[in-house]
Design a protein around this ligand. Structure first.
Ligand code: GLN
Length: 534
């Protein structure tokens, strides 16, 4: 195709309808037809990126290869399409405004009054077109965050209106809504959908396709009614029924004909019947496990599952690879103490200690790690989880009584985890961590090397502190091995305990790069070790 087509995905009625999953599923279906697709998320908040947000606000902060701190939906995009995203795939209102204000200060608009229309909307449109241009795409799917009618999303909807007008049938809108079921009336209700489409119409945007989230199947009567009231064809009313796994959504969307409808609306002739062979194979493995394990996820944001989204999804990929159902028990590290640790962890097949920042819940993480180290329970520590493993080993094996990370205790006698040199003069908190993909050299014979089956890897980082190399010799002499090093800077990226069935701590975030097509090797081997423990 020599032109890019633009698909905008908006949401109405309520948040959390799964716009990200629908966008990722549509991308998957178009990709299966051989098209080049990328998905972009526009977030209406004023933070420049979600890096400074508490996970309780919008869930996990997802990090791309190029080091952008982004919305967790980008994780879904990568997991579904198996393609890397970048900073260009996530734009926030904060980023748009700071760019426009910078241009104003530079004098780019000299003489003009700088306004939401056209300056902010032009900047939004540029970001959308830029993604297409950079990557020579057949399709850009742009997901507009928030719900139609929110004050914050008005400039985005206006940008969509303008682009739709400029591009004619090269652009279209998929609107996601909710069809609630009223148990008392025993009926599905279409009115909220009608109202949310009216909201869009008031802003000058006629949706082309409605994807209707529902707990019950939509019969022809309901589909015709929605079509009539919302000015769409009946074939453009797509049912999105609740399902037990998000990974079934591409198949459900294919059955409902979302991709064929999109192509028809964009006047693209394509009668191919696509088959998602690999995807089906994955679903089959997921649905027919021969084993079952329970993994404890020890962290401090356990009340909100979205805080650990990529970790939970990585378990699903690794579970399918091992034909093993993975039950995850979320354990708040604040609730773990010396007395109850055995009760809390003894029946688990593996323990993952999560990434994080700050002092809250640190003691429980260290106590949990001591228990799994001494009781030979498979362990994976990610970022802060790896740092806690180093602290625990320092205190309980090497006898460094107050060993700590200088993040938690700047006056410790044993700063076994310390601030990285280049972090020492940093004042701004936003976007200044060690971010994005860095290379790591694995040591042959390590568990990590066994997992990856190669020496040179690249993994994504998001941290300010690191293993303090002054302690390297003491640690290795006492039985903790260094299994991976950043060759340029001689940074310790992986620690292991060889005299343990499976004890691995990584300074990077393997969870960001696990996809359906490529389950992450460390998660795969961690689940394998948990399975073998039984
Ligand atoms: N707080 C730690 C650091 O900045 C770990 C960060 C993380 O777990 N992502 O080094």
């Amino acid at each position: 195709m020599n032109k890019t087509n633009y698909i905008f995905v908006t949401g109405g009625v309520t948040s959390s309808l799964g716009k990200g999953i629908i966008s990722a599923s549509l991308a998957k279906l178009l990709q299966a037809r051989g098209y080049k697709v990328s998905i972009q998320k526009l977030d209406p908040y004023i933070n420049v990126d979600p890096g400074t947000l508490n996970p309780y606000e919008h869930g996990e902060c997802y990090v791309t290869v190029d080091g952008a701190e982004t919305d967790l939906d980008l994780g879904h995009y990568e997991r579904f399409t198996n393609q890397p995203t970048s900073q260009a795939n996530n734009v926030t209102t904060g980023r748009i405004y700071s760019e426009v204000i910078n241009k104003e200060r530079r004098g780019d608009y000299l003489g003009e009054t700088v306004q939401i229309i056209p300056h902010i909307t032009d900047e939004i449109k540029n970001r959308i077109k830029h993604l297409a241009k950079e990557n020579e795409l057949d399709f850009v799917i742009t997901e507009i965050g928030g719900t139609v009618g929110d004050i914050e999303s008005l400039p985005y909807v206006e940008a969509v209106r303008q682009l739709k007008w400029e591009m004619g049938n090269q652009a279209m809108v998929v609107h996601l809504t909710l069809i609630p079921y009223l148990a008392a009336a025993g009926e599905l209700k279409t009115k909220p959908t009608q109202h949310s489409v009216k909201q869009l119409l008031q802003l000058g945007v006629q949706p082309d396709i409605l994807v209707c989230r529902t707990e019950h199947h939509l019969n022809m009567g309901i589909r015709n009614k929605i079509a009539l009231f919302c000015n769409v064809e009946t074939t453009s009313v797509i049912e999105s029924i609740d399902t037990d796994t998000i990974y079934k959504v591409p198949i459900l969307m294919q059955e409902e004909g979302l991709d064929t409808e999109v192509l028809r609306k964009l006047n693209i002739k394509d009668n191919r019947k696509t088959v998602l062979t690999k995807w089906d194979k994955f679903l089959n493995r997921l649905k027919n496990p021969t084993h079952e394990v329970t993994i404890g996820l020890v962290g401090k944001y356990v009340e909100l599952k979205d805080s650990y989204k990529s970790i939970l999804e990585s378990f699903i990929h690794a579970g399918a690879e091992n034909l093993c159902k993975v039950n995850v028990k979320m354990i708040s590290s604040e609730n773990i103490d010396d007395e109850n640790v055995e009760y809390m962890l003894k029946n688990l097949d593996g323990v993952l200690v999560a990434p994080g920042f700050g002092n809250r819940g640190i003691d429980g993480k260290i106590i949990a790690i001591r228990y799994v180290r001494e009781n030979k329970i498979p362990f994976l520590g990610i970022c802060l989880g790896m740092q806690c493993a180093v602290i625990e080993f320092g205190r309980n094996v090497l006898g460094y009584e107050d060993a700590h990370s200088s993040e938690m205790n700047s006056r410790t006698n044993f700063p076994v985890i310390d601030l990285m040199e280049e972090q020492k003069n940093i004042d701004n908190m936003g976007g200044t961590m060690r971010l994005g993909a860095y290379s790591c050299q694995l040591i042959e014979g390590s568990k990590t090397f066994d997992a990856y089956q190669k020496q040179d890897i690249e993994e994504r980082h998001r941290h300010r502190y690191e293993f303090n190399n002054e302690y390297k010799e003491k640690y290795t002499a006492a039985g903790m091995s260094i299994a991976g090093i950043n060759p340029k800077r001689d940074l310790v990226e992986i620690i292991e305990i060889p005299d343990h069935p499976w004890f691995v701590g990584v300074q990077f975030h393997p969870e960001y790069s696990s996809t359906v097509a490529n389950p992450h090797p460390l998660f795969v081997d961690f689940i394998k070790a948990a399975k073998d423990k039984n």
